[in-house]
Design a protein around this ligand. Structure first.
Ligand code: OGA
Ligand code: MN
Length: 219
C-alpha cells in the first residue's frame, strides 16, 4: 500500500506529490494519495459539489452520442467540469501540471483531460467496470478525487479495485482530499453502496485521437 504523504508537502510541493504518483504508476500501475493536494482547491471543489449536486444529470454508460442511461450499471449523477468556477479552474490547472509532469517522467503522451463531479445518493453504486478497453486507447489514466469529510468505515462507499485477474486488489475509503490514479485499461473497479451521499470528481487523461480532421473528444 501507499505511504502517507504529509500535509506540509502541499505548499508549492506538487512536484513531490507528482513524483510519488509517477513512481507508483511505474511500479504498480496505480497510486493512492491519501492527503497533500492543495487545500484550497479541495475545499472549493467540496463546497461546489454540495451546492450544485441537486442539478446534476443521471450518468450514462458509453461515450458521446452512444451514451445510454443504464441504472443497472451505475446510479451516480454527474456534471462535467469546464473551468467555469474558481474551484474548476484550480482543478484543471492542477491536473494539467500533473499531465505535463507524467508526460516528462513516464513519456505517456497524455494529450487531454476530461472530468466530472459525481454524486452518489445513499445506496447508489457503480458496478464493476473498466474505464477503457484494451486497444481503443481512448482513456489512458483514470483519476478519482474524493470530497467527503469524516467518512466512517461503516458508511461503505469504497472504491473496490481488482487486478487484471479480477482478484480484489484494494479498497479505498472516499475520504476528503484522497486521490486515486490508475491505468484505465488495467484495473476493473466498482463503487460500493454507501449509507450517505458520496461526492467525488472522476477524470481521465486521453491520448490525441483526432484523425481526419475529426476532433476527439467530440464535446
Ligand atoms: C468512474 C468510477 C470511482 C469512484 O466514475 O468511472 O469508477 O470511486 N468512479 O467514484
Ligand atoms: Mn470507473
Amino acid at each position: 500500500m501507499s505511504t502517507v504523504i504529509q500535509g506540509h508537502f502541499q505548499h508549492g510541493g506538487d512536484d513531490l506529490l507528482f513524483a510519488k504518483i509517477a513512481n507508483d504508476l511505474e511500479a504498480q500501475g496505480y497510486c493512492v494519495v491519501p492527503i497533500g493536494l492543495p487545500e484550497k482547491m479541495i475545499s472549493l471543489l467540496a463546497e461546489q459539489v454540495r451546492k450544485d449536486a441537486d442539478h446534476f444529470d443521471e450518468a450514462g454508460v458509453g461515450r458521446g452520442t452512444d451514451s445510454i442511461q443504464n441504472s443497472f450499471v451505475r446510479r451516480d449523477k454527474i456534471a462535467w467540469i469546464e473551468g467555469k468556477t474558481e474551484a474548476e479552474k484550480l482543478w484543471l490547472n492542477w491536473t494539467n501540471d500533473l499531465r505535463l509532469y507524467l508526460n516528462r517522467r513516464l513519456l505517456l503522451g497524455l494529450f487531454s483531460f476530461e472530468s466530472h463531479f459525481a454524486c452518489y445518493e445513499p445506496s447508489a453504486f457503480y458496478r464493476k467496470h473498466l474505464d477503457a478497453f484494451r486497444g481503443q486507447a481512448n482513456r489512458i489514466l483514470s483519476t478519482v478525487l474524493y470530497l467527503n469529510s469524516g467518512w466512517l468505515p461503516e458508511e461503505g462507499g469504497e472504491l473496490q479495485m481488482y487486478n487484471f485477474d479480477n482478484e480484489p486488489l484494494l479498497k479505498v475509503t472516499p475520504q476528503c482530499g484522497s486521490l486515486v490514479v490508475f491505468l484505465s485499461e488495467e484495473f476493473p473497479h466498482e463503487v460500493l453502496p454507501a449509507s450517505r451521499h458520496r461526492y467525488s470528481v472522476a477524470g481521465w487523461y486521453r491520448l490525441n485521437q483526432s484523425i481526419n480532421g475529426v476532433i476527439d473528444p467530440p464535446t
